[in-house]
Design a protein. Structure first.
Length: 352
């Protein structure tokens, strides 16, 4: 079965070999306070910064998931208002989760084919956090780097937090444009689920120090103290960190990955432009995600496509929310091979 599910999705072919290496090297039993772990942690973070072009003065933390990052931000950085810009289910979930911890969470939804207008986002409040879902997995849209930069420039007193779960590792992100970035590894990193990455600017860490929240095992101040020693507050997913290190050793720099991702996206767009019964859900190509393609058709057609695809060895992503029965989603992640994309395209042609 070839997985085109938009997370967890296809893993790199080398992963089984890396797991065997981890077993032989004793990584599966490594103590997370040991010099061996410290060395691995430091190397992994260095490689992530190098391959993804993350500023050297930004700090990277290991978490269990992107969802945990929502919690860390709410606990350790939000003291009053948070503004949540979203047009899909995952951005709304981030808002809902934050609201449980901070009643001051404010929703700022926008349309499927729209982009948050920076000129209309002069939010004004001091020390607020603006939360943006950069790549909305549920509906295949994105907020561009340029848009994020403009929102940040227009709100200099605010921290900018970005959920890049379905794009980090697959496309170029302008990390200096925001203060907090996070993702999980089961999408563009081509790894099994179970590890999250939280990236913070010096400005974000200054805020965390000022707030000095210390009530939880994953309080950011505690995480900062431990990461100063290349360690984590609790026992982390050591195997996942090792696998991430191995993947980062071998992947191309993000500019090359970005180029390949966008070339494949264009191939998909051209392909579906010539398939009468299947269409991209989002009309405005300027807000298309490069890594998740939502395809829409009648309810009967979608059901037939998914059923027949599975029989032919292709796992497609389900539609999400109220579009569950009229859409399916295709992952355009780096670990998916060109020949697999061609095979899926050939399958779609056979349906016509």
């Amino acid at each position: 079965m070839i997985s085109f599910y938009p997370g967890p999705s296809r893993v790199h072919d080398e992963i089984p070999g890396y797991v065997k290496d981890a077993y032989k090297l004793g990584i599966l039993s490594i103590n997370h306070r040991s010099p061996e772990f410290v060395k691995m942690s430091e190397k992994t973070i260095r490689l992530i910064k190098q391959k993804l072009n993350i500023p050297k003065n930004y700090t990277i933390f290991f978490t269990s998931s992107a969802t945990e990052c929502w919690e860390i931000i709410a606990q350790s950085l939000i003291t009053g208002t948070s503004y949540h810009l979203y047009n899909g289910s995952f951005g709304e979930k981030w808002f809902d989760y934050t609201r449980r911890i901070h009643p001051g969470a404010t929703p700022l939804p926008f349309g499927l084919n729209d982009t948050p207008d920076p000129e209309k986002r002069l939010l004004g409040k001091q020390d607020a956090i603006i939360c943006i879902t950069q790549n909305e997995t549920s509906n295949g849209t994105q907020v561009s780097n340029a848009n994020i930069e403009e929102i940040g420039k227009n709100n200099p007193s605010c921290l900018i937090a970005i959920d890049a779960t379905s794009s980090m590792g697959g496309v170029v992100l302008t990390f200096k444009a925001a203060d907090i970035w996070f993702a999980s590894v089961q999408k563009c990193f081509g790894l099994p689920a179970g590890l999250g990455i939280l990236i913070c600017s010096p400005k974000a860490l200054e805020k965390a120090t000022a707030v000095s929240e210390r009530k939880h095992y994953n309080s950011l101040t505690f995480m900062m103290e431990m990461m100063a020693k290349w360690q984590t507050p609790c026992t982390p997913n050591v195997l996942a960190i090792y696998l991430l290190m191995r993947v980062m050793e071998n992947v191309k720099p993000i500019k090359a990955v970005d180029r390949e991702t966008k070339e494949r996206y264009q191939q998909w767009i051209s392909f579906f432009d010539n398939v009468p019964s299947l269409h991209h859900l989002v009309e405005n190509k300027l807000v298309h995600s490069y890594t998740v393609l939502p395809i829409t058709a009648s309810e009967a057609q979608v059901e037939q496509v998914k059923r027949r695809a599975k029989k032919h060895g292709f796992l497609l992503g389900e539609g999400y929310g109220d579009r569950k029965k009229t859409t399916f989603r295709i992952a355009n992640f780096p670990a998916i091979k060109k020949k697999e994309i061609k095979s899926l395209m050939d399958f779609f042609k056979s349906l016509q």
